[in-house]
Design a protein around this ligand. Sequence first.
Ligand SMILES: [Zn+2]
Length: 309
Amino acid sequence: MNKYFLLIFLLSFSIVHAQISEKSLKKHISFLASDKMKGRQTGSKEVGMAATYIEKQFKKYGLTPMGDNGFRQSFEAKVKRVVVADSIRKAENIIGFLDNGAAYTIVIGAHYDHIGYGDLGNSKDSLNIGKIHNGADDNASGTAGLLELAKHYATNKTREPFNLLFIAFCAEELGLIGSKYFVENPTVPLDKIHWMLNMDMIGRYNPDNGVAVIGFGTSSYFPEIFKGITPDIKFYTGKDGNGGSDQTSFYKKNIPVLFFHTGGHPDYHKTGDDTHKIDFTALKSILELEINVIDKSMSVPKMDFIWTN
Ligand SMILES: [Zn+2]
């Protein structure tokens, strides 16, 4: 093989097998959870910078804008836990669509906001309220995962038999407000959604427990889909569709959901939730598991839905 053909061969290989990149995950999380983002509080200038960053990536991957103003879906979020003068905050979900011309769509979501200086009643760090809470695990990790999955599906040169809708939710930390707004104002019809995958805190893999896959009971197809999948990491399943993150909004609309989560830790909603504590190798493996699950779910014509409680 001469040099020219070797180059073509390597290029085509890298295009067809778009891979999850630890380097990209690190880049996204380092940016989103840096001190200059000031903890991405809903309504802040900095959460706006995070929104612009996500939008820029979606554009780069060639996704179709699916908000109501380009990639952006604007709404107002009310601060309820504490009394503040400016209790109404402007917020935006960032929404990109991979249009494969299919009848049904798989939704992939993660929230990108965090708790800023911890002064809206949601810090667990009573001694450090007023200091920046970076939220590397919560939820720069899920946001980075969302971007890598979007890149994977947008650049894999495969036309899947389902469309994919990627949503970065805002105002999750104020009470799942962004995802609630989306399901009340959906930009694809809810009855055309095959199922929804949510990522919230997937950066602190604990090898003793494995990653939690919650919502396993919300469709009769999930057990079949997971059969034969042998990931590099351990996982365990929980049946419940209700839970503390954005998949709950979809579950309440009778949509099957899976919620990936590496569990609580001592830095949860504290100032120590920083980038250097993220397990990037495990994060990559979790995303590869998700790709397996998403791909296998495409052999089901339309997922059914089961109430779990
Ligand atoms: Zn979160």
